[in-house]
Design a protein around this ligand. Structure first.
Ligand SMILES: [Zn+2]
Length: 88
């Protein structure tokens, strides 16, 4: 006689996956932003078009900070996912 109990396990809340990608201008950290996580409008440097609030996109910042910036994190740029993919 088996008594099976299905454990109700909540999926752990994980930080969104960050990864490092190499582009022609260096290594970038990227982090995907879900549409639900974006409430602001950003301008995509790839196409110069706005990224509407609620649009899934990604944020990228250089692994090595630029000479005059206090921190690489200040150089975050929001990209359309497709524009980032086209970037070399
Ligand atoms: Zn774009």
């Amino acid at each position: 006689m088996s008594r099976r109990r299905v454990a109700q396990r909540a999926a752990p809340m994980r930080a969104p996956t960050e990864q490092v990608v190499s582009k022609a201008d260096g290594a970038w950290n990227i982090r995907p932003i879900r549409g639900s996580g974006s409430a602001k409008e950003y301008r995509c440097p790839g196409c110069a078009q706005p990224i509407r609030p609620g649009t899934a996109h990604l944020v990228a910042w250089p692994v090595e900070k630029a000479l005059l910036s206090a921190a690489a994190i200040d150089e975050r740029r929001h990209w359309h996912t497709a524009c980032w993919a086209r970037k070399h």
